[in-house]
Design a protein around this ligand. Structure first.
Ligand code: EPU
Length: 351
């Protein structure tokens, strides 16, 4: 039966465990329900927020004065393109980490470094989820979407998605236009896992791991950094990295290094992106702007193992998270001249 609920508390749908109520709420388990829900919103002139696994959102204490539509489509299907490449299609509402476990179990290479990340499959193309040297854009073949503009179901191929670091058309140029229904990944049967990230190189020394060992290693490293949401504990209620790692030009980086040296800080960590730009770990900037791991302010704080995660340590409000966000942004800006951009999606803060 098609029934839209009213006044549904949203906190429990987010990994932050924060957020007021949705005026209307629908958990759609098939494509018809999605389309009907959108028609309902249009008839009633309601704003729509599309929710996935809630692992990268901060919902305001006032909640959302419109329709929250959770995409809960389930199912995984595989199709062997040839004896090396297997296309795997996962519906948007599949749990991402269960999907990774499924692929590793089937000896399919391409997403193993993305083990232990919370959220749903449908969220992964939106911000081009990446970790430990792998991004979903490397394996995505196409994304099945509902186009809210033309009211059609379409397939967008990889090159149409505009993937870059933590971004795609879905969170930039075409924000709010497409609803992701399913994602198809091309994975390599029996492929060798990629050992490129420093933490992984250290973990395996010279040994070549298999896919299961890679998954295990990534989960252990994430747990050591308290970035494995399912592990529970004081650090668990977060949205993972709260800020993006800033990308700066080589000139700007030289300036920052100079400035850091004057402050008595040596070796600003960085990764080369291309000939002109470098990425600086925001965690380092935050830590060296005076926020140690485990910093606490009222009900909010920083993870005890990683300064990039802002955590809800109990009854935190969204307002408290925002206050800490602004304090961190101010201190990092004052000290290093860099404005950190938040990574989560903000919902219900329009007023
Ligand atoms: N560092 C600190 N203090 C800390 C933690 C880290 O100074 O408390 C410095 C260290 O120099 C360290 C560097 O930051 O070498 C990088 O840390 P880490 O390897 O943990 O990676 P990250 O850049 O902080 C990114 C992603 C994570 C992803 C990891 C692993 C972003 C914004 N974050 O974090 O993604 O899991 O790499 O690949 O790109 C997420 O997006 O939610 C997320 C968890």
């Amino acid at each position: 039966m098609f029934a839209i609920e009213e006044n549904v508390p949203l906190a429990e749908f987010t990994t932050f465990r924060i957020g007021g109520k949705a005026r209307f709420f629908m958990q759609a388990t098939n494509e018809t329900e999605i389309i009907k829900s959108l028609e309902f919103a249009e008839r009633n002139n309601l704003k729509v927020f599309i929710l996935g696994g809630g692992s990268n959102v901060l919902i305001s204490d006032e909640g959302f004065d419109g329709l929250v539509l959770q995409i809960a489509l389930k199912g995984i299907s595989t199709f062997a393109e040839n004896d090396r490449t297997v296309f795997v299609t996962a519906q948007a509402g599949e749990d991402w980490d269960e999907f990774v476990a499924f692929c590793v179990e089937k000896n399919l290479q391409g997403v193993e470094c993305l083990s232990g990340i919370p959220g749903f499959v449908g969220g992964t193309p939106v911000q081009n989820v990446g970790a430990y040297g792998q991004e979903v854009s490397e394996s995505i073949v196409s994304v099945r979407v509902f186009d809210r503009q033309t009211k059609e179901i379409k397939k967008l191929i990889n090159s149409e998605c505009g993937f870059a670091y933590r971004t795609s058309i879905f969170n930039s140029t075409e924000k709010n236009r497409y609803i992701i229904l399913a994602v198809t990944y091309a994975l390599k049967f029996g492929g060798e896992p990629k050992v490129v990230y420093a933490d992984l190189k250290k973990h395996f020394a010279d040994r070549k791991p298999n896919l299961k060992e890679m998954r295990q290693a990534v989960c252990e490293i994430r747990a050591d950094k308290a970035m494995l949401v399912r592990q529970g504990g004081a650090d668990a209620q977060s949205a993972g990295s709260f800020f993006k790692n800033p990308i700066v030009s080589a000139e700007k980086f030289a300036e920052i290094e100079n400035n850091a040296e004057n402050l008595g800080l040596e070796n600003v960590p960085s990764y080369k992106i291309d000939g002109q730009n470098v990425k600086i770990p925001a965690a380092w900037l935050i830590e060296n702007a005076g926020f140690r791991k485990g910093f606490i302010k009222g009900n909010v704080g920083l993870s005890t193992k990683h300064t990039l995660a802002i955590t809800n340590r109990g009854q935190a409000t969204a307002k408290e998270i925002l206050n800490l966000m602004e304090e961190i942004q101010k201190n990092v800006k004052d000290r290093f001249g860099i404005v950190l951009k938040p990574e989560p999606v903000f919902v219900g803060f329009e007023k």
